[in-house]
Design a protein around this ligand. Structure first.
Ligand SMILES: Cc1cc2nc3c(=O)[nH]c(=O)nc-3n(C[C@H](O)[C@H](O)[C@H](O)COP(=O)(O)OP(=O)(O)OC[C@H]3O[C@@H](n4cnc5c(N)ncnc54)[C@H](O)[C@@H]3O)c2cc1C
Ligand SMILES: NC(=O)c1ccc[n+]([C@@H]2O[C@H](COP(=O)([O-])OP(=O)(O)OC[C@H]3O[C@@H](n4cnc5c(N)ncnc54)[C@H](O)[C@@H]3O)[C@@H](O)[C@H]2O)c1
Length: 493
């Protein structure tokens, strides 16, 4: 029997903390979860949920404007922004009630505490309760799930400017007229499209030479072109020098290809990455190692202290809700069951929920080339997927990287409608060693976007077919047809 108050104490009640607590309690561990604000964390309150609700409204507005694409009449949507924000808040509340509310976790036997936790030694924490009191708690294991906050680069004048981040964007009542976004990563790109479609004039600035730098360059460029066509202005390879706010206007001074430029707007959204929430934890008292990027963990999510684990955004790395859940499962299973599970680095997935969506599973083409891996790329365009054609969503591309000889899938990138769902099929396939041959032989319902995955897999068969094989078949069976033209390596059948 342990002398500690708890078997497992989870600090932070976002995606990682909720998962870690639920699994720990399910394993029979006496568990406490501590949250300083509201259970649900970034995902529910200032991340995935509000951003996806806003993107959906923006997509509907766009479709109304472009109704002619579907045989209807184009018209201008009537947008009441403060009503829309209220709707976004209602959706957040729904998600909170259904998945995050304390009662759900208390029913599982978890002690849920509202307060700010920090270490006093490596088995003890203090919790500053809302009442002002301090509670002392000891535990055999700790799971640090404190997430991250917006990272604001040290740009001259930024601290005096009234800029927005993901923490304030979903609380504004009025649509920004001219929105400047610094950062063309997932947050900057999703929010640029949402706000532009809702009526803001949007300019996106990034120091990189392209948008969505972690995604496939060709597919990210397809998305970039689409966003430009929709009216979003991009200023790339820009070195931001200073920000100044005056009389309700924001000025961003930057240099681009040696030329000084000033971009003006009415609001500024900073989407320049994330910083780990470590400052309040007093990690020194627990002697837990961390860096600027986050708490250092091994592939079992263990810190340098064998009984202290960290999961989710606080560890840096892949900052997605599903990765927070995955790493929480790895941490708790290792700690409480001693089952040596590792983070599944070969099958990381993500999707940016722009229209079209941009998704990834496993290795990108660039990563495979850097590794010197031998592979073939099998492509299939959306305009050959009948479902996409019937829905006027024919812009898109599937790129599957696989071994030529056995069809083993190494990575998949998709840009197009429902890319996130397509990626999920590939994730199951890759995780379970399902090859392109298996996918091509699997009956997919017609007409679905998923059928595009089968047709992309068909390309593996086709690319493995050669002239001599057809000649042999013709000879053996006495067939009289023509030999297909194999001269074009990119032919799609
Ligand atoms: C705009 C936006 C859109 C996003 N969209 C997506 C998406 O579509 N899909 C996707 O997969 N991911 C998305 N993400 C990323 C996703 O939201 C995060 O990866 C995920 O929420 C991280 O979960 P977490 O539990 O690690 O951290 P968090 O959700 O940040 O939770 C950490 C919790 O710990 C609490 N805490 C911190 N310090 C203490 C302390 N000392 N004591 C007690 N409590 C403490 C915090 O209050 C917080 O509630 C998005 C992020 C943003 C910003
Ligand atoms: N759909 C999704 O899954 C989704 C959506 C939104 C956010 N997220 C998560 O949230 C995390 C944070 O997103 P993000 O977009 O803020 O971060 P990011 O790190 O992915 O992108 C930040 C961008 O800002 C640019 N930048 C940084 N400093 C700059 C400067 N001083 N001047 C000009 N440009 C600068 C970078 O070049 C980069 O392109 C992501 O890593 C992602 O994991 C996920």
């Amino acid at each position: 029997m342990s002398n500690y108050d708890y078997d497992a104490v989870v600090i932070g009640g976002g995606s990682a903390g909720l998962t870690a607590s639920g699994i720990a309690a399910n394993f029979g561990a006496k568990t406490m979860m501590i949250e300083r604000e509201r259970l649900g964390g970034d995902c529910t309150w200032s991340g995935c949920v509000p951003s996806k609700a806003l993107l959906k409204a923006a997509k509907v507005a766009h479709q109304i404007r472009k109704a002619g694409n579907y045989g209807l009449i184009d018209s201008e949507p009537d947008i009441n922004f403060s009503k829309l924000i209220k709707h976004v808040h209602e959706i957040r509340d729904d998600v909170y009630r259904e998945a995050d509310a304390p009662e759900i976790y208390e029913e599982m036997g978890i002690d849920v505490v509202e307060g700010m936790a920090y270490f006093t030694d490596n088995h003890s924490i203090n919790i500053e309760l809302q009442s002002g009191e301090t509670k002392v708690v000891t535990s055999k294991y700790f799971f640090i799930c404190t997430g991250g906050s917006p990272y604001i680069p040290p740009i001259s004048g930024i601290e005096e400017a009234n800029y927005l981040t993901n923490e304030s964007l979903f609380e504004i009542e009025e649509l920004p007229r001219d929105l400047i976004i610094i950062g063309a990563g997932p947050i900057g790109t999703e929010m640029a499209q949402a706000m532009n479609r809702l009526g803001s004039k949007v300019t996106v600035i990034d120091m990189a030479d392209r948008i969505m730098v972690n995604d496939d360059a060709e597919l990210a460029e397809m998305l970039h072109q689409r966003l430009k066509e929709e009216g979003i202005q991009y200023v790339l390879e820009a070195e931001v020098g200073s920000v100044r706010q005056e009389n309700g206007n924001i000025e961003v001074r930057l240099s681009q290809s040696g030329e000084e430029r000033v971009i003006t707007g009415t609001s500024l959204l900073m989407a320049t990455g994330r910083a780990p929430n470590v400052a309040t934890l007093n990690l020194e008292a627990a002697e837990v190692s961390y860096s600027r990027k986050g708490i250092e963990v091994n592939d079992k999510c263990r810190t340098n202290k064998s009984h202290i684990y960290a999961c989710g955004d606080v560890t840096g790395g892949y900052q997605f809700t599903h990765m927070s859940e995955h790493t929480a499962k790895i941490a708790v299973t290792n700690a409480l069951l001693k089952v040596p599970m590792k983070v599944d680095k070969d099958h990381i997935t993500w999707c940016t929920f722009t229209d079209p969506e941009l998704g990834q599973v496993g290795a990108t083409e660039k990563q495979l080339l850097e590794k010197g891996e031998e592979f073939e790329t099998y492509r299939f365009p959306y305009h050959k997927i009948d479902r996409a054609v019937t829905e006027s969503e024919g812009e898109g591309m599937i790129k599957v990287h696989a071994k030529k000889w056995n069809g083993k899938i190494l990575g998949v990138s998709v840009v197009g409608t429902n890319a996130g769902e397509m990626i999920s099929e590939y994730a199951v396939a890759m995780k379970n060693s399902i090859t392109l041959r298996n996918l091509a032989d699997t009956i997919h319902p017609y007409p679905t976007y998923g059928l595009g995955a089968r047709r992309a897999a068909d390309q593996w068969y086709i690319k493995n077919q050669s002239e001599w094989q057809v000649k042999l078949i013709k000879k053996v069976f006495g067939y009289r047809g023509e030999i297909p033209d194999f001269s074009d390596p990119d032919r799609i059948v």
